[in-house]
Design a protein around this ligand. Structure first.
Ligand code: DLL
Length: 460
């Protein structure tokens, strides 16, 4: 019987008629090789890369040397992949305290790119790439996009922001590597985006889930027929959490396969994990070593248990990070996927531990609220969570837009809908949530990451 890599190779080689196509096929086979490898092969590769990385940061970055010395850890102590859990954590605060380039391992003449995350307070987080880092990034982005069958002949409409944000340029390089034609449209200008997507015959859409939903709504308003006027077959959505309901609504509205893209600038940008045709989110663990920890104690948790994702980069040159605390809540799975990939899977991100709302002692993730909204007929996934104080108690209110039809049905229908929604919220979140149904198109849309929370509790 042919193994996974051989099956793919055979299928692709049969499909490839020209030599250029054959070359692309070989690139894809190379990418796929590690993704379907045995656990021993993956771990052997990870161990040698981990050792190199640990040795590198110990030798070149005083911050790491000091931290390792304080805990009595030496690079030579890394004997197996699981030994990574003996190393100290790195946090966003550490990056900020070494602003801008203090944790780089290379002199600036080897840096070819700098990105930075906006950050609402204080200094931004700055990340740098060597030429080799750019090559790794391009590879993992190509591998992400290949999960949706992207290749030459595809038109990739890239509506992630270009600039300091890693989304736009990350997807750009990956799509080009696969031989696809990229339309670098960046964010905003919804109507023009729709026009270009239709006229250029975009087959792949890349943007945040909230913007994908917004574009679907705008397209309907403009009188487009989403399935007949567009040629989209797949989309790569990420940079923010999206509930199952929202993911399904986007796939349904556009008539496409929904692929998720996960990553963060501190690790590389997008390209840390991507979901396959079966909807499983695979980590490119030949470059990023994941762990799940208890966010309060720092203890490593077993597969299948929910906690905070921690990553160690094992091929980065300019800015390797050791046990970086992402604050993202997820869990690991290692069962082989139907797609043939054996690389570890992460559960779709539930939210960030620092986004978790504590309402009168009960933990609530915005994604849970969104999940309820997408289950109730008559609502749109446009919402705002408003937190306030009433005396000593927290008050959580959800403002949500109703769809045009429900709005036209009048007060009676809205009252019934409101009651239904509040009951569903209580069942899902175990707290009383006040809801406010608002007119269609009254909640502000975002072109990048959506802002869903308004917390008024701290202010006076
Ligand atoms: O958002 C990189 C990216 C761009 C990923 C485009 C995917 C697509 P940062 O701006 O540094 O980088 O933000 C990283 O965004 O820690 C998560 O909290 C969140 N995030 C990213 N992808 C997902 C996702 C980019 N698929 C932070 N689901 C991360 C949920 C996500 N949250």
């Amino acid at each position: 019987m042919l193994n996974y890599v051989e099956t793919i190779s055979k299928e692709l080689l049969i499909a490839a008629s020209s030599s250029i196509q054959q070359e692309e096929v070989f690139v894809r086979i190379m990418y796929n090789k590690i993704e379907g490898a045995s656990r021993e092969t993956i771990e052997a590769l990870q161990l040698s890369r981990l050792r190199e990385t640990v040795e590198r940061v110990y030798r070149l970055v005083p911050f790491y040397k000091k931290k390792f010395d304080e805990t009595g850890i030496k690079p030579a102590h890394i004997k197996s992949v699981s030994d990574v859990s003996n190393l100290p954590f790195t946090t966003k605060k550490d990056l900020r305290e070494h602003y801008p380039f203090g944790l780089f391992t290379t002199p600036m003449d080897q840096i070819v790119r700098i990105h930075s995350s906006s950050g609402t307070t204080g200094k931004p987080t700055v990340v740098g790439y060597t030429a080799h880092d750019m090559e790794v990034w391009t590879e993992v982005m190509a591998r992400s996009l290949a999960m949706g069958g992207t290749g030459s002949g595809d038109i990739v409409h890239n509506a992630y922001g270009y600039g300091l944000f890693t989304g736009g340029l990350g997807f750009h390089y990956g799509a080009e590597r696969l031989g696809a034609a990229v339309v670098p449209s960046s964010g905003g200008f919804t109507k023009r985006q729709l026009l270009l997507m239709k006229d250029f015959g975009a087959t792949i859409l890349c943007c945040t889930p909230s913007f994908a939903m917004h574009m679907a709504e705008a397209a309907k308003e403009e009188g487009y027929d989403l399935k007949a006027d567009f040629r989209l077959k797949a989309g790569f959505f990420g940079a923010e959490p999206a509930s199952k309901g929202l993911r399904m609504a986007i796939a349904e509205a556009w008539g496409i396969n929904y692929h998720e893209a996960y990553g963060m600038s501190e690790l590389i940008g997008p390209g840390v994990a991507a979901s396959c045709i079966h909807g499983n989110l695979h980590v490119f663990e030949d470059h990023f070593l994941p762990e799940i920890i208890d966010p309060d104690t720092g203890t490593v948790l077993p597969d299948g248990e929910e906690g905070e994702l921690v990553f160690t980069t094992i091929t980065k040159q300019a800015l390797p990070v050791i046990r970086y605390r992402t604050r993202d809540i997820s869990m690991l799975h290692r069962e082989p996927c139907q797609c043939g990939r054996t690389i570890v899977q992460i559960e779709t991100i539930k939210g960030r531990s620092d986004d978790m709302l504590i309402v009168n002692g009960v933990n609530v993730f915005p994604s849970q609220v969104e999940h309820v909204l997408t289950k109730v007929e008559g609502l749109t996934p446009n919402y705002l969570i408003v937190l306030d104080k009433k005396g000593v108690l927290d008050k959580l209110e959800v403002w949500v837009e109703v769809d045009d039809r429900t709005f036209a049905d009048g007060i009676g229908a809205l009252e019934t809908l409101k009651k239904k929604l509040e009951t569903e919220m209580l069942n899902e979140l175990y707290i009383n949530v006040k809801t406010k149904l608002v007119e269609p198109k009254t909640i502000e849309r975002s072109v990048g990451k959506a802002q869903r929370i308004l917390d008024k509790r701290d202010k006076g």
